[in-house]
Design a protein around this ligand. Structure first.
Ligand SMILES: [Zn+2]
Length: 303
């Protein structure tokens, strides 16, 4: 499979063809916006107070997680109020992290029952409608799973998922929204080359990829994940991981951040830099951490 001058080997997830000019490190400063997910407040109702707190700490864009107990894709007034609070604080909603299979495991885009399959697709379409009210953020999901009961990829599940993503991407495009699918720390979506293979098969401009650094650390390796997904990476989930934990502040785990930041320069990533951390106590540290990461690629910095 070939995309953007790269040749992928799906079996081994090895990337070939990255040489010469494509490896040149761009020296200019990147212009990624500092973002944070509301994931760390997932057990609380999301209120304008949370948004004000983010703004005070210099966050430019936010990801809203739909885990909040008061989040509801059908509550138009609430969605409008949150969007108003976001705007009043000079922010933007960059992403909404949907977890539709967490709400209902049957909302599966590979569901073999045609009625349940249809219900799943339409749940995503309703989510798109809700996102319009939040200012057209990216619709982010990590719910892709093409594995059959034996754990091996099921060709029929792939067919249904590709068809579903094509329909949702087309709907997104007409609503002025894009959709991204995220790599996972385990299961079918651990392999970034598999995930990218499906996105390339769908081949729609409104569909891209989110690379979660901690998930990639558990899976393919972060640098390799970024290289494989290069032309498709639309947004990032930034968090560190060690042998036990994820959702840590970069520098607190085992991920080699200097090489990650170099890799982002190499693939000319210009999207947002969305922290997805587990503990809101890290909020006052995000701006300094972002600055530290951005300057790690300077020759004299030590990680
Ligand atoms: Zn994530």
């Amino acid at each position: 499979m070939e995309k953007g001058g790269l040749v992928y080997d799906e079996e081994s997830t090895t990337v070939y063809g990255l040489s010469g000019n494509s490896m040149a490190i761009r020296k200019e400063e990147t212009h990624m916006r500092l973002g944070s997910s509301t994931y760390w407040w997932r057990d609380e109702s999301l209120t304008p107070r949370h948004i004000e707190q983010m703004a005070r700490e210099g966050i430019a864009v936010l990801e809203i997680s739909d885990y909040h107990p008061n989040f509801n894709y059908l509550k138009v007034q609430w969605l409008r109020e949150i969007h108003q609070a976001v705007q009043e604080n000079g922010l933007e909603v960059a992403t909404v992290h949907t977890h539709l299979r967490w709400y209902d495991p049957a909302l599966h885009l590979a569901h073999p029952d045609p009625i349940r399959y249809r219900r799943a697709v339409e749940a995503y379409l309703r989510a798109v409608d809700a996102l319009v009210l939040l200012g057209h953020p990216l619709l982010l999901t990590h719910d892709l799973d093409l594995a059959g009961t034996d754990g091996v990829e099921d060709p029929k599940a792939r067919e249904r998922t590709v068809e579903a993503l094509r329909e949702i991407a087309a709907y997104c495009q007409s609503a002025g929204i894009r959709m991204v699918v995220e790599n996972m720390p385990r299961g079918w979506a651990t392999s970034v080359s598999r995930l990218c293979g499906v996105v390339q098969e769908v081949n729609h401009p409104a569909l891209g990829v989110c690379i979660d650094t901690a998930h990639a650390y558990r899976g393919d390796d972060v640098n390799q994940a970024l290289r494989i997904a290069a032309s498709l990476v639309t947004t990032l989930h930034i968090n560190d991981a060690d042998a036990r934990e994820e959702h840590l502040l970069p520098g607190k785990g085992a991920i080699p951040w200097r090489t990650i930041m170099q890799q982002l320069q190499e693939i000319a990533y210009t999207g947002d830099f969305i922290y997805e951390l587990g503990d809101p106590a890290a909020l006052p540290s995000l701006r300094a951490n972002f600055h530290w990461l951005q300057h790690l690629t300077s020759a004299n910095d030590k990680q």
